[in-house]
Design a protein around this ligand. Structure first.
Ligand SMILES: Cc1ncc(COP(=O)(O)O)c(C=O)c1O
Length: 658
């Protein structure tokens, strides 16, 4: 993407707006425009007899001046640029930094003067810009920004353009001004590295209004923008002006992105092929969107298989993890640390459980559950035969040899047999089958309140209630595997809360640390009393870093408002799927944001067609689409996904379940 910063002087010139439009029309890279308008603000202030105060190129802004700045920047000037572009055939829209929280700022501090309502951008949320350029609309952005205190702030347009260029990883940032570049001894300097630019500021070769421009340019190249050019109106279409580039001495963040084909070829050579991956190579993510090496944007309705509950690069999560990484990451379980104790307290106080065992994944959480169940049965029932575990058809509990033994798909199990012995399978939602399979040799029954992998199948409340009774009758523990459906995904904090049936053990993993590896086995005191030092353990488990990440996730997803929002967005998603009414749709089921759409045919072509249109989807079996977006997904993003699914349905014509 290319970012153009233009000033008020150029905007007054209709010929410039035409030139701007033709540059946008002929450039392959999408363009976003950020504009200033200082002189126009000063003029209106004068007319209104509001004093104009400047300090080192920065406007000191009181409330009255801010109101004028907002009128001029977000109103008069913004609409002049938009109408000029539209007249020249460019589809353009005017927005300010306030819109969809594009620029979030704090009050700019200065050692010797109170700048008033002048802001400094600390966060850019570029989704609105991506949405517009994705639809071939050029955003024209006024730099008025939103402060954390809810006030509007005037932000220097050069700083705003640089911040946006960094956030979208722009290849080029242009500062269009009324001088043809940086001039020394009557000549335009063609290229400049940051160190020399600083020297020229110190020597006052670069001065007044050019200083913030150059400082912003230096910041942008340091943070990864390939080049920043200072040009006048004419220089926009010609190769003139001053180009600020990294001096290669560590100023610029290295561009580590390899070509897509390099990554795919190297992976085929060096990585054990346990997965067959589709093509995009992802480089970064923001919120519900992922971006690939080719600069394409994808709406992520997979959340890394129900993991990234807060979306990608959540600011609070990133800050907490970064801070903790700089403090303490790992000491092993031989020593005490704080974050895992806090997390254990949060998990137990919000659930049936009294204690937590931490590990690193869902499969390990289930392995721990099985070991604990066998130990509990031996300790309480003084027998070596009460070791059997009952699981259900359609289950998925993991890939290690215990959890795999309890996973129903033969295809997953048979190449690796013999697995852990002592597993029996019953049929989900079939009370007679459960009664027959569970005996007094059963130490535990494991069930997913909503099966994920198995096709988004819900265990009915009646069934769970009967299962509880059958377990109690046979003195067996009831284990709920909430690795996929726990932690707000179903529109309840814990999926079991929908049934009111409490387990003895519950396993968690996927979303708990927002993308870092963690697993947890929550148990009652009765179970915990039978586990002693040395019975089980893990080197990495419950390290301070991962637990700090989990604290952030838990604090957010456990808020009643957050959970209510998951429930209502999930309901909306279900309705919208049903409204599509494709011939091949058999059933829409699930709860919250774990939704299964069953089709009468194989859905792989649908998944591939949607990916080509920028939507990532996964299956749960050959003919069930599993929709499990980040829990922060909005209804507007649901609409976007539904539109793409609708457009992609044709890919399944004449397709049968194989
Ligand atoms: C219900 C359930 N349990 C256990 C697992 C295994 O988790 P992990 O892949 O973290 O080992 C999964 C993974 O998909 C799952 O969905």
């Amino acid at each position: 993407m290319k970012i153009l910063k233009i000033g008020g002087d150029q905007i007054a010139d209709n010929a410039f707006l035409k030139l701007l439009a033709s540059t946008i029309a002929t450039d392959d890279a999408p363009t976003a425009i950020v504009h200033g308008g200082g002189n126009e603000i000063a003029e209106l202030q004068k007319r209104l007899e509001i004093k104009v105060v400047h300090f080192e190129g920065l406007r000191v802004t009181d409330q009255a001046s801010l109101e004028v700045a907002e009128m001029i920047l977000s109103g008069t000037i913004n609409k002049k640029v938009v109408s000029g572009l539209i007249a020249a055939g460019i589809d353009a829209i005017g927005i300010s930094g306030i819109d969809r929280g594009l620029f979030r700022c704090t009050k700019k501090s200065h050692p010797s003067v109170d700048l008033g309502l002048v802001g400094e951008i600390h966060d850019v949320r570029p989704e609105v810009v991506y949405d517009l350029v994705h639809n071939n609309i050029t955003p024209v952005i006024s730099p008025i920004s939103l402060g954390a205190d809810g006030k509007h702030y005037n932000v220097n347009a050069d700083e705003a353009a640089a911040a946006l260029a960094v956030a979208v990883k722009a290849t080029k940032l242009f500062f269009v001004s009324n001088v043809p570049g940086i001039i020394q001894d009557n000549n335009v300097i063609t290229t400049l590295d940051p160190a020399t630019a600083i020297e020229l500021i110190e020597q006052k070769v670069i001065k007044s209004g050019m200083v913030p421009k150059i400082l912003s340019a230096i910041q942008a190249v340091k943070e990864g923008v390939d080049q920043v050019r200072i040009v006048d109106g004419k220089g926009l279409s010609k190769d003139t002006g001053t180009t600020i580039i990294s001096n290669g001495s560590g100023n610029k963040l290295p561009n580590t992105n390899k070509d897509t084909s390099d990554v795919v070829t190297a992976e085929a050579k060096f990585v054990v092929s346990t997965y067959s991956r589709p093509l995009p190579v992802f480089t970064h993510g923001k919120g519900v969107y992922l971006f690939d090496t080719e600069g394409r944007r994808y709406l992520d309705f997979t959340a890394g298989i129900a993991v990234t509950a807060l979306g990608h690069s959540d600011k609070q999560w990133v800050e907490a993890v970064s801070r903790q990484a700089g403090k303490l990451t790992h000491v092993s379980n031989l020593y005490h640390t704080e974050p895992h104790v806090e997390l254990a307290q949060q998990l137990t106080e919000s659930s049936f459980a009294d204690r937590v065992y931490f590990c690193n994944s869902g499969t390990e959480a289930n392995e721990a559950a099985f070991k604990f169940a066998r130990k509990w049965a031996r300790a309480n029932h003084h027998t070596n035969v009460k070791t059997r575990i009952v699981a259900f058809e359609g289950s998925f509990h993991g890939r290690t040899t215990g959890s795999l033994a309890a996973t129903s798909k033969t295809k997953y199990r048979s190449p690796f047999e013999p697995l852990m012995p002592g597993i029996d399978f019953a049929t989900l939602n079939d009370i007679a089958s459960a009664e027959k399979t569970i005996t007094n040799e059963t130490c535990a029954v494991i069930v997913e309140p909503i099966q994920g992998e198995g096709g988004v199948n819900t265990a009915s409340n009646d069934f769970l209630s009967e299962l509880r009774k059958i377990c109690d009758k046979n003195k067996a523990l009831l284990i709920f595997d909430e690795v996929q459906c726990g932690l707000a995904r179903t529109g309840h904090l814990w999926a079991y809360q929908n049934s009111g049936i409490r387990p003895d053990i519950m396993t968690l993993a996927k979303p708990l640390a927002g993308g870092l590896p963690i697993g947890a086995t929550l148990v009652t005191e009765d179970v915990a009393q039978t586990i002693h030092p040395g019975d089980h353990g893990s080197t990495f488990a419950a390290g301070p870093l991962v637990c700090k990440a989990a604290n952030v996730v838990f604090n957010r997803v456990s808020q009643p408002d957050f959970i209510a929002n998951v429930a209502s967005t999930g309901k909306y998603l279900k309705q919208k799927l049903l409204q599509l009414e494709p011939q091949q749709l058999v059933d829409v089921r699930g709860s919250g944001l774990l939704i299964g759409a069953e089709f009468s045919c194989a859905i792989d072509p649908l998944i591939q067609a949607a990916a080509k249109r920028g939507l990532l989807l996964i299956s749960a079996g050959e003919n069930v689409l599993r929709l499990c977006p980040p829990l922060i997904v909005t209804m507007a993003q649901v609409d976007e996904a539904i539109e793409i699914i609708g457009e992609s349905l044709g890919s399944m014509e004449n397709n049968q379940v194989g």
